[in-house]
Design a protein around this ligand. Structure first.
Ligand SMILES: [Zn+2]
Length: 100
């Protein structure tokens, strides 16, 4: 199996289309140890990630680590039933903008 390039994955998955596709994309990206800018939070896009993965927050909606501020934001939004849809996470928005 040939390795997929980031561009191919993005074109294939179209993660911005709906939260289910976004979840698959985000969880796939989480498995990539070589991904660029590992200090960037996939949810808010800010360089807030601790280099030690488990010191960050685990998202309630995908098996993906997010920064602690986003973890607190998820908890609050959960309380009010206003979860941020996964296809509105920063990494998904970036993928859409990077699309040729
Ligand atoms: Zn964040």
């Amino acid at each position: 199996m040939k390795p997929y390039s980031f561009k191919e994955v993005v074109e294939d998955m179209k993660p911005w289309e709906n939260p289910e596709k976004a979840k698959a994309f985000l969880e796939f990206m989480e498995t990539r140890e070589d991904r660029d800018a590992a200090d960037i939070c996939p949810r808010c896009g800010k360089p807030r990630m601790d280099a030690i993965k488990v010191r960050n927050a685990l998202s309630r909606y995908a098996r993906v680590y997010i920064c602690n501020d986003c973890g607190a934001d998820e908890a609050l939004r959960d309380l009010y039933g206003e979860a941020l849809p996964l296809n509105r996470w920063n990494m998904v928005k970036q993928a859409r903008e990077a699309k040729p």
